[in-house]
Write a protein that binds this ligand. Structure first.
Ligand SMILES: O=c1ccn([C@@H]2O[C@H](COP(=O)(O)OP(=O)(O)O[C@H]3O[C@H](CO)[C@@H](O)[C@H](O)[C@H]3O)[C@@H](O)[C@H]2O)c(=O)[nH]1
Length: 450
């Protein structure tokens, strides 16, 4: 297993590893030491899953000691990717040394160049929604080296794209895809990297399910002419994280069931200071108790120092803003928590879907916008906070969205809750996730033997 060096990627790779180890696979998991330190506790089969620490070389532009994407603003992750590309020899040594039968990767597009000559199969595992790839990174786009699409071109889905809801709007949203054409890693742009990985591998794997993204996955398979293996959402049992919520449990326990708003924006979102302040003022304005776990905004070393004037005094006893990493799944499952304001990163999307919380979304990156459209427009299980000019999110809109989903008399809020409950029923069926993993195991076994 060789995931991109970001918690949002390493975590689902690790959950998949657990599921595979539970079915008898032996796994070497290649990732930097810092990620092992932070996420290693998720390894439920230490006898079968062995971490191999990846040593990143120093790279100009990458602050010393940085090993994972959450340690730098997203603009600097290009340098992290350069560092990852320069670990190719290490990865090849592990693949040879362990005599692996299968390598599962995502961002390291050069993995198939290692595995093919050795007669080893490789699977490109996308841990983002299928829409993020299908809407832009497909051969139907006619992309070629050096070609850059305009915002207007990006706002129009490629020929054959199978959804009219899960799309990006012109302007600000389409502009979020601009990064695809920038250098990302050694001598590649982002889209080249993803396309090369998808073309080079033996099969595509997607962390999603037929029920919500079946058509998009089918489209990807046709576009790349590859088999597509679905793993389902690969989420751990919620009870596994329960112990770690203890730190917040006492505080959360002071509030009525379902009354607290919890907010987290994953591992990669850094806000501007004024946007950060506006957002927390929105929680204050909502009148609900809240626990907000966000990174300090640009220019601040702690969240506390970036809070608006007098904020802490005013919300004392009912609101906390922390810059610490919290146990999100455990918090979502705490009985006092009733609403989850999130960025709709793919991991958080699944965690919100399988929780009982009402869902409010403030997406920041392009894939998060697409996930939000799926949740708000297609499944109708959550509410997207309306953005103003240039993507600004006002405190009034944040508060309105929270009140809409939290007010038991609100018609829209009630229908979102009903739909959410219906989908939660589908996903919490005891056999739902294991059926996907069983099928995935069958698929990879056949691939390895073929
Ligand atoms: O304080 C925190 C914050 C997050 N999490 C967990 O971290 C994971 C975050 O994953 P995700 O919601 O996917 O967010 P990101 O880390 O921001 O995800 C990156 O990777 C995702 C694919 O998994 C993409 O969809 C996102 O756009 C990209 O930012 C989830 O399991 C959360 O439960 C915590 O446990 N504690």
């Amino acid at each position: 297993m060789f995931p991109w060096l970001a918690a949002g990627h390493i975590t689902p790779f690790l959950h998949l590893s657990n599921d595979l180890a539970g079915r008898g696979f032996t796994i070497t998991f290649i990732t930097p030491q810092k990620a092992i330190d932070r996420l290693g506790h998720l390894n439920r089969h230490p006898n079968l899953i062995t971490f191999h620490p990846l040593t990143l070389p120093p790279v100009d532009g990458l602050p010393a000691g940085v090993e994972t994407a959450s340690e730098v603003p997203i603009e600097l992750t290009h340098f992290l990717c350069v560092a990852m590309d320069r670990t190719r020899d290490q990865v090849e040594a592990v693949v040879r040394g362990t005599r692996a039968k299968l390598v599962v990767f995502d961002m390291a597009h050069w993995v198939p160049d290692i595995t093919r000559p050795l007669g080893i199969r490789s699977v490109n595992y996308t841990v983002l929604g299928a829409s993020a790839i299908a809407i832009v990174l497909v051969p139907a786009r006619g992309l070629e080296k050096g070609k850059v699409l305009t915002e207007d071109e990006l706002a129009v889905p490629p020929p054959g794209y199978p959804s009219s809801t899960v799309v990006l709007r012109r302007g600000y949203e389409a502009g979020l895809l601009g990064f695809l054409f920038m250098p990302y890693g050694e001598a590649t742009t982002f889209w080249e990297r993803i396309s090369l990985g998808m073309k080079g591998c033996d099969a595509l794997a997607m962390r999603t399910c037929e029920e919500i993204e079946g058509k998009l996955c089918g489209y990807l398979g046709e576009q790349y002419d590859k088999p597509v293996f679905l793993t389902g959402p690969v989420l751990p049992e919620p009870s596994e994280d329960r112990l770690e919520v203890d730190r917040w449990a006492k505080w959360l326990g002071r509030f009525e069931p379902g009354s607290v708003v919890f907010c987290a924006f994953g591992s990669q979102v850094f806000l501007e200071r004024d946007q950060f302040q506006e957002l927390v003022l929105g929680f204050e304005l909502s009148g609900h108790p809240f626990l907000v776990a966000l990174k300090p905004p640009f220019g601040a070393s702690t969240t506390e120092e970036a809070l608006p004037e007098g904020f802490e005094e005013r919300v004392k006893g009912r609101g906390i803003v922390t810059g610490e990493w919290v146990e999100q799944v455990a918090i979502l499952n705490h009985p006092s928590v009733g609403c989850f304001v999130n960025h709709c990163g793919f991991g958080s999307m699944w965690e919100s879907l399988t929780s009982r919380c009402q869902i409010v979304m403030v997406p920041h990156l392009a894939d998060q916008v697409l996930n939000t459209r799926l949740m708000a427009g297609e499944l109708r299980v959550g509410l997207e906070v309306e953005r103003g000019e240039k993507g600004w999110v006002s405190k009034e809109k944040v508060s309105e969205a929270i009140q809409c989903v939290m007010n038991s008399g609100n018609e829209l809020g009630c229908s979102l809750r009903e739909n959410h409950e219906k989908w939660r029923g589908v996903f919490s069926d005891p056999g739902f996730m294991s059926r996907y993993i069983d099928k995935f195991v069958q698929n990879v076994n056949e691939l390895v033997k073929s």
